[in-house]
Design a protein around this ligand. Structure first.
Ligand code: CP3
Length: 356
């Protein structure tokens, strides 16, 4: 199953093969429910703010030492069951020369937005040399993490296209949809390029040592099912397909995707991430029992005080009782003002309650 991986890969040499996150994604039994948090590495941690002081976000993503340190911080602090690679979904685009930046408090901003067929040619394939310092961090992390799996990731074609076409974050995705509906050939050409880039980036991270991957389609909840299937699904499937032969667990997540859960399952991942709007007990009804689910505590609920948080963690675990596999996570990323001690308590509660 993992024949194509190097013999020294942690899934092959045994370090992470039995990790609860990996086993859960394969629908095997585990000693306790694995837990990690989207955006666990980041602004909610004082040690993160100290390391990042004076260094722009994108610059930090290309500095091997910083990526290693920031990725490790939440693993050391919380004892979570996975590390999420510190990077950003626009890193591979930057690496192939797209002029963009990450503005604090705003997000990715693209200097010259993509609007026409000619713009598609501004995207070329991603080679491993383009992200050499990034992949060096993956390899170093794999050594440091031991039995804890590293989750590599990429932005899904739709979410990447949204940033490129809009030029930045967007509420209504009007320009993105106008290309999708009004110039479908340009749209499909753009998404084909992006799925190639996302797929290469995932594959390179896995070959460098990542034991799982997550494809983030953060904004795809803006689409109805019919449009998702026509304009997005084939491209997300291609991105996930780029690592299918490697046998690594693949997680696929989006926000506001309650109506799309079954469609996203069809993109081929082993684990479907669920945001906080749909209880896991309902989500499993929508996707069936062939995949594990990841989620889905509301990140905003972490501000409600210890008793309310504990009750909500219990609720998520109750909702997950009948799933074929459950990876505990938030329903979206950790909010910047979150108290790290609250996240620590969540990890302890999930581990204590699910130990078997
Ligand atoms: O623990 C982790 O998850 C860290 C790695 C990570 C980051 N971005 C670091 C980051 C991951 C997995 C991402 C993915 C990402 N980036 C997504 C998909 C996940 C999601 O949240 O839906 C998206 C949509 C982006 C684009 C992006 N980058 C946004 C919307 C922002 C926030 C802008 C802001 O300042 O509010 C970023 C910047 C970013 N990416 C930060 C971090 C830690 C904050 C920048 C900083 O620390 O100065």
């Amino acid at each position: 199953m993992t024949d194509a991986l190097p013999a020294t890969h942690p899934l092959v040499d045994g370090r992470t093969a039995d990790a609860p996150l990996v086993r859960t994604a394969r629908l095997l039994d585990v000693p306790r429910t694995p837990v990690w948090f989207m955006r666990q590495a980041g602004r909610s941690l004082p040690e993160y703010r100290a390391v990042r002081e004076g260094v722009p976000m994108l610059e930090s993503c290309f500095r091997t030492d910083m990526v290693v340190e920031i990725t490790m911080q939440p693993v050391r602090r919380y004892g979570v069951d996975a590390a999420i690679f510190f990077s950003d979904i626009v890193v591979p685009l930057k690496a192939i020369g797209v002029d963009l930046d990450i503005k604090p408090g705003v997000g990715p901003v693209v200097a010259e937005p993509f609007r026409t067929a000619a713009d598609v040619d501004r995207l070329r394939d991603l080679e491993s040399d383009d992200v050499a310092t990034v992949l060096a961090a993956v390899t170093a992390l794999t050594d440091e993490l031991g039995t804890t799996p590293l989750i590599g990731f990429a932005g899904a074609p739709f979410t990447l296209a949204s940033y490129l076409v809009e030029g930045g974050p967007s509420r209504d995705h009007a320009r993105t949809k106008s290309m999708m509906y009004g110039a479908p050939q340009v749209w499909h050409a753009l998404l084909e390029r992006l799925s190639g880039i996302a797929g290469s980036f995932l594959r390179q991270q896995v070959l460098a040592g990542a034991s799982a991957v997550q494809l983030f389609d953060s904004w795809v909840g803006a689409l109805p099912s019919r449009d998702y299937r026509e304009y997005v699904l084939p491209h997300s499937r291609a991105a996930l397909g780029a690592v299918a032969d490697l046998g690594v667990p693949r997680i696929h997540f989006g926000v506001g995707t309650g109506e799309l859960l079954a469609d996203m399952r069809d993109a081929g991942a082993d684990v479907v991430g669920v945001d906080f709007r749909v209880p896991l007990s309902e989500a499993v009804r929508r996707v069936g029992d062939g995949v594990a689910l990841q989620g889905n505590l509301d990140p905003a609920a972490l501000f409600a005080g210890p008793e309310a948080v504990a009750a909500r963690v219990d609720q998520v675990l109750d909702d997950a009782a009948a799933l074929p596999g459950h990876i505990f996570n938030l329903g979206h990323g950790v909010l910047p003002g979150t108290d790290p001690d609250v996240l620590m308590a969540v990890v302890e509660q999930v581990h204590a309650r699910t130990s078997r």
